[in-house]
Design a protein around this ligand. Structure first.
Ligand SMILES: [Mg+2]
Length: 358
């Protein structure tokens, strides 16, 4: 089987509610859907959704990067995944979302070609994935009302954004814990604190049984992350500090994190994500798979990854609730709150509106 064409289409969908984190206010989902066509009539689908202030990518750069990478795939065998990533990295450093779009489509094709869902190609550990839901920054009472609603819906894992205003962060976690006494809570500061602020907040959060603190300090401050992790009473998760397997290796060697948040859009897709997880697992560090603002296509890929590997113990795969992707995606996976159920559908198991069943 040979790849004959690469098509990419940008979509922009307004969010029902703006999503606020310490880095930005986000009011629409901007994503790129890729189709790989082959000489055997099979099509593979992938998605690239950068978040500019994290990955440095916009829809325009994702489209341009895909055009740059396309010649490396035309006429090639989709199964040569290692060769494709090496070719991508020779043509263009970084650009994880663009590379992820192509990588996801390659895995979709591989699964369809051999007659297996991707999670079985990658390890086949389980078929269900429990996801958390993330509460964005807002007034503490509004954040608590959202937590109460999530618990009522059946969520057991809640991730709480922080890092903008510490007085509000303190008030929010107290109110959230009061309405969600049994939830497993994680806090994500999105780089918003200094080392001293992070340690102060970590001590405060111990009173509310917070299970992990994600990216307390700026992504470039590895010394700071080490300092926080050494003295924090709560496990520290690296997110924006960890894009690649090399980052993961450095973070682990320095003792900078207890957990790593893998995102397909940071690292460039499933193949590099498996490398990060392997580095982490060998060092006894567990992982979460998180997301940007992806449609059900990108979320499906994240869920297949979590389902494949037992070292991935948390899933933060919630973005598909926030925007209506029905103009693009017909079907993807089952969802019984809070559990994503993967099916026996081949590849990533996603059908694309208007393209028919391929
Ligand atoms: Mg994060």
């Amino acid at each position: 089987m040979r790849i004959t064409a690469v098509r990419a289409a940008a979509i922009s969908v307004p969010l029902a509610e703006p999503f606020v984190i310490s880095l930005a206010v986000i009011d629409s989902a901007e994503t790129v859907i890729v189709t790989l066509e082959t000489d055997e009539g099979l099509a593979g689908y992938g998605e690239g959704a950068g978040i500019a202030m994290v990955t440095g990518e916009t829809t325009a750069t994702v489209l341009a990067a895909i055009r740059t990478l396309t010649p490396a795939l035309i006429g090639q065998d989709p199964f040569a995944i290692e060769a494709h990533h090496r070719a991508f990295d020779r043509l263009l450093s970084a650009n994880g979302a663009a590379k992820a779009a192509l990588d996801l489509a390659l895995y979709d094709l591989m699964g369809k070609a051999v007659g297996l869902p991707v999670y079985r190609l990658l390890g086949g550990h389980r078929t269900t994935v429990e996801t958390d839901m993330t509460i964005g920054l807002g007034a503490p009472d509004a954040m608590a009302a959202q937590a109460s609603d999530l618990v009522a819906q059946g969520y057991r894992e809640i991730k709480v954004k922080a890092g903008s205003n510490r007085a509000q962060d303190r008030a929010a976690i107290a109110l959230i814990r009061a309405v969600a006494p049994h939830a497993h809570l994680k806090v994500d500061a999105n780089q918003g604190w200094t080392v001293a602020e992070a340690l102060d907040m970590a001590r405060y959060y111990t009173g509310f049984d917070v299970g992990a603190i994600e990216q307390p300090v700026p992504h470039w401050d590895l010394d700071g992350l080490v300092a926080v992790r050494q003295r924090s009473p709560i496990p520290i998760m690296a997110d924006e500090s960890c894009f690649t397997a090399h980052d993961a290796s450095t973070i682990i060697k320095r003792g900078a994190a207890d957990l790593i948040n893998i995102k397909l859009m940071k690292c460039g897709g499933l193949y590099p994500a498996l490398q990060i997880n392997a580095v982490a697992e060998a060092a006894g560090v567990r992982c979460m798979v998180g997301c940007m603002l992806e449609s059900r296509l990108g979320i499906a890929a994240g869920a297949h990854l979590v389902a494949a590997r037992p070292n991935i113990v948390y899933a933060d795969l919630d973005s598909f609730h926030d925007f209506d992707d029905s103009s693009v995606i017909e079907s993807a996976f089952g969802f019984d709150t809070p559990v994503i159920r993967l099916t026996d559908a081949l590849g990533l198991g996603v059908t694309i509106a208007g393209d028919g069943a391929r």
